[in-house]
Design a protein around this ligand. Sequence first.
Ligand SMILES: NC(=O)c1ccc[n+]([C@@H]2O[C@H](COP(=O)([O-])OP(=O)(O)OC[C@H]3O[C@@H](n4cnc5c(N)ncnc54)[C@H](OP(=O)(O)O)[C@@H]3O)[C@@H](O)[C@H]2O)c1
Length: 249
Amino acid sequence: MQKLTGKVAVITGGNSGIGLATAQQFIEQGASVVITGRDQRTLDQAVNALGENAYAVKSDATDLKAINALAENIKAQFGHIDILVANAGSGIFMPLTDVTEADFEQQFDLNVKGVFFTVQALVPLINRGGSVILTGSAVHEKGVATGSLYFATKAAIRSLTRTLASELAVNNIRVNTLSPGIVRTNFASNTNLDNDDFEGFISMVESQAPLGRSGTTTEIAKAAVFLASDDASYMTAADLLVDGGWMSV
Ligand SMILES: NC(=O)c1ccc[n+]([C@@H]2O[C@H](COP(=O)([O-])OP(=O)(O)OC[C@H]3O[C@@H](n4cnc5c(N)ncnc54)[C@H](OP(=O)(O)O)[C@@H]3O)[C@@H](O)[C@H]2O)c1
């Protein structure tokens, strides 16, 4: 039986990686999905691959005007939504002494401000019984040299989840963080890391996680299906770690 029949979902950063796999899984489970991103070419490719229940809206998650236009667009097309996955994000990694104000603003603008105002703009459209999923990261529980900016943004997401879960419970909307461990995606291309750096980080995590490997985008997406569906009807304010056990040992 499909778990998301007739539901409407919005996934920011849905043209790549974890967001794209989540869109695939949601559609397989019977949902219609609006994906966002900044790159029209990959948005078009993703919609072609996802099929008739996929829609794309080009929208920069750091731009409040674009976020509000996204909400207007979705309201006009669908009226209401059931699921919001605030997933668009990136990472900058460098020693504390190298971080500039621009780096700081870039990271917090996308990973925190973008998530905050995306939820604010779309919450009025979310039906009672809806689910908000904020893509965090297992690293919010960690401290690894060069991760100060990125890890702090993901810790902020964990905090935001707790408060929004309390605030939106009155509307019967659940809010949870989904925290992946390490997953091979295009993440490195949106960071200051080159592929060798990213592979080095992946190797470190794989050597520490009990399952001894990276996750796949599909494994993260299936956890998103769980949080989005009635299977998780008694879960809110939670942090679902999907990290091969990395944080728990
Ligand atoms: N990969 C991992 O190991 C890992 C682990 C833990 C958490 N995460 C989190 O998972 C989420 C997805 O990352 P991913 O690994 O799937 O990386 P990815 O393949 O690089 O996907 C990032 C997505 O975010 C979108 N995006 C970036 N900047 C944007 C902006 N300003 N406005 C709108 N969309 C924007 C990108 O689309 P455009 O380029 O078209 O804008 C893309 O769709 C992120 O929040 C990341 O922090 C990843």
